[in-house]
Design a protein around this ligand. Structure first.
Ligand code: NOJ
Length: 537
């Protein structure tokens, strides 16, 4: 790949949820020495960067997204020395390391919050949102917590409410106070000085709230399930001033050598487009979750891609995410057959792919018996636990068919139950099977590396005339170019794609058993099949 193309543009990002990747000390929770042990596996996937969900000291009310010290390592995960070793070993293997930055809120045990809550005139009082009850004793506004209940908790010690839009243990920082941003930039500097390659910024859209904290209006599209969705976040997300904060973070990254990357956790279709910045001076990669949130049909996915292709600003670079620790696993959303098609889409569309650990072997959501449920939205709202709980997609990595799936020592109890199918769905078995999902994943990353058009080339939709089939080309000057044909349905089709070319060579098929040259005027595509075809000009 050309040196002028930054790694975050041509590369592939792999997300590790550290609690669930590899436990090295038998306490049932994954850790940094565990990640170190598995780095060669990560490299073998052909990915270019690892994003690790939070590893900082935390009381774990939201499994690390409640940070009590932005520049430390939670003893559960190891020591700072362990972290340094992971960073060094990653870099030695040519892998970049991205940390999760959680700037919107801290833990209620963070020293900043302890100070802030100690008295109304504490110098850090204004680092958080403290408000009096309404004259009638009511809550300061109608905002709701994403994990259930109102977004305000009353603190009897000082007689005011504090704001938290997730768990009550996650009070929100006030970025209208410049000291807060300065403190967060200092924390970022700490890691950048160590050589970390960037940050994935948690709920980046929420860092600034309406000055007057006005009530949010009702959400007319609410499906009646999760009360947190019953209001439109008009005054709690995407406030214009948030962009100044994002720009300050980006300026800091840009002041360091190397291509440090700022990834924003943006959620909603369209929202992500605002976070490139008017002068491309915000996130290089504002997350695009459309492959997760769009109904899995050829028509809907094509429409989502076309919308995105038309919207990404000139000079901005797209990205796609297929799964993460907050969303049902892709294999459970679309089924095992279509999960292969989805991986092919993720790794061949124009944009940086982000892959969630375990999806490369087709891990599925694991049903969690009520007594093992741990995720705060599910614990706090048992009546809608199935709809809001995220434990099913966070279960331990399935390494082999041995005790505890190779995740943890034989006599350990993993923090979440293992999948029932781990003896038949695991890395060791799939390494021996040349048609496994793992083999497909590796073949896709190999192909991206060998064909620059797939990594960085242009995108164009190809009309197929078949409702279940979505096709597109990826082309770059001086390259043969690729045609990708994805069958979202369970019927075979013969397509006439002669408008694209006469002949093509099958570079990769999702079932990994097809090759050879094909005539594009009569291209056979099997049910649930995806093909990457190298165009023969
Ligand atoms: C988004 C994170 O991905 C999620 O896991 C977390 O619960 C919330 N932000 C709050 O930090």
């Amino acid at each position: 790949m050309s040196d002028s193309i930054p790694w975050w543009q041509s590369g592939v990002i792999y997300q590790i949820y550290p609690r669930s990747f590899q436990d090295s000390n038998g306490d049932g929770v994954g850790d940094l020495p565990g990640i170190l042990q598995r780095l060669d596996y990560v490299c073998s996937l052909g990915v270019d960067a690892v994003w690790i969900s939070p590893i900082y000291p935390s009381p774990m009310h939201d499994f690390g997204y409640d940070v009590a010290d932005y520049t430390g390592i939670h003893p559960l995960f190891g020591t700072m020395d362990d972290f340094d070793q992971v960073l060094e070993a990653a870099h030695a293997r040519g892998l970049r390391l991205i940390l999760d930055l959680v700037p919107n809120h801290t833990s209620d045990e963070h020293p900043w919050f302890l100070e802030s809550r100690s008295s109304r005139d504490n110098p850090k009082r204004d680092w958080y949102f403290w408000r009096d009850p309404k004259p009638d004793g009511g809550l300061p506004n109608n905002w709701r917590g994403a994990f259930g209940g109102p977004a305000w908790t009353f603190d009897p010690q000082t007689g005011q409410y504090y704001l938290h839009q997730f768990d009550p243990h996650q009070p929100e920082l006030n970025y209208r106070n410049p000291e807060v941003l300065a403190a967060m930039l200092d924390a970022m500097r700490f890691w950048l000085d160590k050589g970390v390659d960037g940050f994935r910024v948690d709920v980046i859209t929420m860092m600034i709230k309406d000055v007057a904290l006005r009530d949010n209006p009702p959400n007319p599209e609410w499906d009646g399930v999760n009360p947190a969705d019953s209001l439109k976040p008009v005054y709690s997300r995407n406030q214009p001033e948030v962009h100044e904060i994002v720009r300050a973070m980006r300026r800091l990254l840009d002041s360091y050598p190397g291509d440090r990357v700022l990834i924003g956790e943006t959620w909603v279709r369209g929202e992500y487009l605002q976070y490139y910045g008017a002068a491309l001076d915000e996130c290089q990669l504002p997350f695009n979750f459309d492959l997760i949130r769009t109904p899995w049909t050829a028509h809907d996915v094509c429409a989502a891609v076309e919308y995105y292709e038309a919207g990404v600003p000139q000079g901005g670079w797209p990205n796609y995410v297929l799964g993460n620790h907050d969303q049902p696993r892709v294999a459970s959303r679309v089924g095992a057959n279509q999960a292969r098609v989805a991986q092919m889409a993720l790794l061949t569309l124009r944009g940086t792919p982000t892959c969630y650990y375990g999806d490369e072997i087709g891990m599925e959501n694991v049903p969690i018996p009520p007594e093992f449920v741990q995720d705060p939205p599910a614990v706090r709202q048992p009546e809608i636990a199935d709809a809001v709980g995220r434990d099913p997609e966070r279960t331990p990595m399935q390494w082999d068919a041995g005790p505890n799936a190779g995740f943890s020592a034989q006599d350990a109890t993993p923090w979440l139950p293992l999948a029932a199918d781990y003896a038949t769905r695991n890395v060791a078995m799939q390494e021996r099977d040349s048609t496994s999902p793992l083999a497909l994943f590796r073949a896709l990353t190999d192909l991206r590396r060998s064909e620059p058009a797939l990594a960085v080339g242009d995108y164009a939709t190809v009309k197929t005339g078949v409702a279940d089939i979505y096709a597109y080309t990826r082309t770059a000057p001086g390259c043969a170019g690729s045609l990708i044909v994805l069958n979202f349905g369970c019927e075979a089709h013969t397509l006439n794609l002669s408008a694209v070319g006469f002949r093509a060579e099958i570079a990769l098929a999702t079932e990994l058993q097809r090759g050879g040259v094909v005539e594009l005027a009569a291209l056979n595509v099997a049910a649930n099949e995806g093909l990457v075809l190298r165009l023969v000009r």
